[in-house]
Design a protein around this ligand. Structure first.
Ligand SMILES: C[S@@+](CC[C@H](N)C(=O)[O-])C[C@H]1O[C@@H](n2cnc3c(N)ncnc32)[C@H](O)[C@@H]1O
Length: 252
């Protein structure tokens, strides 16, 4: 068990931000992380176990499905962020307005995969993407939550913002109806690359659904840049988590 005090988890002499919304202190359970799937050694060398930590699995329910998400405290992308909860809830509640059935959906910075799983349950062809180091946990969550569904099989791919987009996702082959992004804007150095990625994938007819917790002036600066490029409307606000959900689409 670890103690989280004022949303700082103290572990092994250092601290990490707590993704949960709570005040004061909270006791949390962590357990050894077992990479999935557990693979036997093929090299003949004994396997060195990778010891890290993850929270207990989180359980969610959307669109009549129970979704189990394995989180980790090792990486920003391995916990569910408030924007993901906001967009999942919105997609569930607004299926007529945003009908994902048979639509091509790309999620960037997918993290644990919760939003991609919800989109898949809603009938979309989903491609969930993130940094290479996040893909193992992302693939695990997506596969365990979608394998018994009679839906389009989702895909998990590496997509580093601004890198190799033309090579990996050529314009001639890839056109998405929806780009989904949750809590991808925070204090990091890749904001320009993120913007370039959104612009790259938002073609005429594409809708970008972006849910984000707004904290820093840089978050609002990013929003302003997007507004200068795309038509923008606020679909919903979640004051309890400071999340805004925005819809952006190409003006052409
Ligand atoms: C704050 S987390 C949000 C995760 C998830 N969307 C959610 O809301 O739960 C930000 C995500 O962006 C991803 N990310 C950060 N920098 C990135 C980059 N340069 N290229 C691609 N993904 C990146 C992280 O790996 C992480 O999954």
């Amino acid at each position: 068990k670890v103690i989280c005090l004022n949303r700082q988890i103290f572990l092994n002499g250092s601290s990490v931000n707590c993704p949960r919304k709570h005040s004061g202190w909270q006791e949390m359970t962590i357990a050894p992380f077992i990479p999935y799937p557990a693979r036997p050694s093929t090299s003949g060398q004994p396997l060195v176990s990778r010891v890290s930590h993850y929270f207990d699995k989180e359980h969610y329910a959307y669109v009549g499905h129970r979704i189990v998400i394995q989180e980790s405290i090792e990486h920003f992308g391995a916990v569910v962020w408030p924007g993901a909860l906001a967009l999942s809830q919105y997609l569930e509640s607004n299926q007529e307005q945003f009908n994902l059935k048979d639509k091509k959906v790309l999620e960037i910075g997918a993290g644990t995969g919760l939003v991609s799983i919800v989109a898949c349950i809603l009938g979309a062809y989903v491609t969930a993407t993130d940094l290479p180091e996040v893909l193992e946990n992302l693939s695990y969550n997506i596969s365990r939550n979608t394998q018994n569904l009679n839906m389009h099989k989702p895909e998990v791919r590496k997509l580093v913002w601004g890198e190799d987009l033309n090579e990996d996702f050529p314009v001639s082959t890839y056109h998405y109806d929806f780009i989904l992004a949750t809590d991808v804007v925070y204090h990091h150095a890749a904001l320009d690359s993120l913007l370039a990625t959104m612009v790259y994938f938002c073609r005429p007819g594409t809708v970008l659904l972006w849910a984000n917790k707004f904290r820093f002036s840089t978050d609002y600066e990013f929003l302003e840049k997007l507004c200068n490029i795309f038509n923008t409307t606020i679909l919903a606000e979640f004051p309890e988590s400071d999340v805004k959900l925005l819809k952006q689409w190409d003006a052409q």
